[in-house]
Design a protein around this ligand. Structure first.
Ligand code: 5AD
Ligand code: SF4
Length: 473
């Protein structure tokens, strides 16, 4: 099967833009499904599982919403604005439903799980609500709608990993693919809705992960992104052999599939990332030297209120370990929340000083958004005004931009190994790809093809992109 459409190349855009199903010329006697996916990479990976389940039952897919018989939105609930975006999108569907009353509209993912039947009550045009662990049930749920009922399944499972389902690659350029290695989260960070929407943490069978990665390699893919809410706590016990596999061991096994297969992973939790993981990264050239290590705050009192289970000093110790073991060039990125409950100006300054101390390559930065039902919503008032939250966020973003520039400038004059991922968004005469440390590089095309490894000399940069030219090895 062919994967057709890449809608964004930079991860930060992935957070903002929906991604849309491609067309498949498969049998579609049960009608055509259109899926828009919002939120994190896990959601994009889940939509590929959903597509596989539906195609196997006889549905086709389409990227043209006007010809869809079923419209599915795979949603995010992490912040209020993520949910507002979906509500807004639903308004646009009213016209579609008015024109074609037979169309089914379904909400999948975290917002479906959080709101459950409320979603059907509040949004009259929604026919189907399915949480992240109920995708195998989608064909049955769609059958129920055929019979004129609304359908809902928000059961959270302790076991479901969809390990045996071969995802249909919707969000891929044929070079890179997401492979989900675990689901759910047990961390209970006080601000976070994920433990409630994605349920208990469970790790996927190692053999099925390795099988999927190997298949991807033989199908021409050259970069795998191992996904989980907290990959460092991956733990799988093979009940037949009693072999117990942790994340470092899984990483090693995926790296051994082929030296030409690049391995990336996210997200790492500062309390769980081990030296064993870092030494495994050091040992294999094809495990990319880039770590996403959310800090959330640089202040110990706030970290405690957030229930992050580490201190600023512990976090900085992990950064030191990364730089000692993997060197100064290892890319490090963060997530930061500005204006968490009761955060003082001094505590915000601690976050800025953490940024200054680490000098990250990249970051995802947010204002705190209270999520109903979370421990923070129950225990702490959301007492920082929107203006103050925004001001703090702008300061964090401005500082990060400076650091991104500094970290990019370090590479000027160097030759970097790049995996060619596609045409540059701005010019067909240029290709783009990423460095080992996850920085986007744009360079004029020669005879190289998408999926090739090339060497590029970095000549200049912006805060977001490196510009270079091809050189011989
Ligand atoms: N408000 C703002 N940001 C949040 N995140 C998670 N929950 C919230 C919230 N309630 C951010 C964290 C997390 C990232 C995926 O989203 O920084 O690491
Ligand atoms: Fe949410 Fe914390 Fe789990 Fe990340 S580790 S998904 S922030 S609860």
């Amino acid at each position: 099967m062919q994967a057709l459409k890449v809608l964004s190349t930079e991860e930060k855009e992935a957070l903002d833009s929906p991604r849309i199903t491609s067309d498949f010329t498969q049998s579609d006697f049960l009608g055509k499904v259109y899926i828009e996916s919002y939120g994190c990479q896990m959601n994009f990976a889940d939509s590929e599982v959903v597509t596989s389940i539906l195609i196997n039952k006889g549905y086709g897919t389409t990227s043209n919403i006007a010809e869809a018989d079923t419209i599915l939105l795979n949603t995010c609930a992490i912040r209020d604005n993520a949910e507002n975006k979906i509500r807004h999108r639903l308004q646009a569907f009213k016209a579609i439903k008015a024109k074609k009353p037979s169309v089914t509209i379904g909400i999948l993912g975290c917002m479906a799980e959080r709101l459950k039947t409320k979603l059907i009550e509040e949004e009259k045009l929604v026919d189907l609500v399915a949480g992240p662990d109920s995708y195998r049930d989608l064909p049955n749920l769609l059958d129920q709608i055929e019979n004129g009922q609304k359908a809902i399944n928000v059961f959270l499972s302790k076991e479901e990993t969809y390990g045996d389902i071969e995802p249909v690659r919707l969000h891929s350029n044929g070079v890179g693919a997401f492979v989900s290695i675990m689901r759910g989260c047990d961390n209970m960070c006080s601000f976070c809705v994920v433990p409630f929407t994605r349920g208990r943490e469970r790790s996927r069978d190692t053999a099925s992960i390795l099988n999927e990665c190997t298949q991807l390699y033989y199908n021409g893919y050259r970069e795998i992104n191992l996904l989980g809410q907290n990959v460092d706590s991956y733990h799988y016990v093979n009940t037949e052999t009693n072999e117990s596999i942790n994340f470092a061991q899984l990483l090693e096994k995926t790296a051994q599939i082929n030296p030409d297969l690049r391995i990336r992973f996210s997200t790492s939790h500062p309390k769980d990332i081990t030296d064993e993981v870092l030494y495994t990264m050091q040992k294999y050239d094809n495990i990319c030297k880039n770590i996403h290590l959310p800090a959330q705050s640089g202040n110990n009192r706030i970290l405690e209120l957030m229930n992050r289970s580490y201190t600023r000093e512990w976090y900085l110790g992990r950064i030191q370990a990364i730089r000692n073991i993997l060197g100064e060039d290892c890319g490090i990125s963060h997530d930061i929340i500005a204006g968490f409950c009761s955060e003082t100006e001094e505590e915000h300054q601690d976050t800025l000083s953490l940024l200054a101390e680490v000098q990250y390559d990249f970051g995802y930065m947010f204002t705190y958004s209270e999520r109903p039902g979370t421990p923070a919503a129950k225990k702490y008032p959301d007492d920082i005004s929107d203006d103050v939250k925004s001001k703090r966020l702008s300061e964090i973003i401005a500082l990060q931009r400076i650091h991104s520039g500094i970290r990019n400038e370090r590479l000027i004059g160097r030759v970097e190994k790049i995996l060619v991922e596609g045409n540059s968004k701005k010019s067909d005469l240029h290709h783009f790809g990423k460095t080992d440390s996850n920085k986007v590089v744009v360079f004029p095309k020669k005879s190289e093809k998408i999926g090739d490894y090339v060497h590029v000399k970095i000549l200049s940069c912006t805060t977001g992109t490196l510009l270079g030219e091809l050189v011989d090895n």
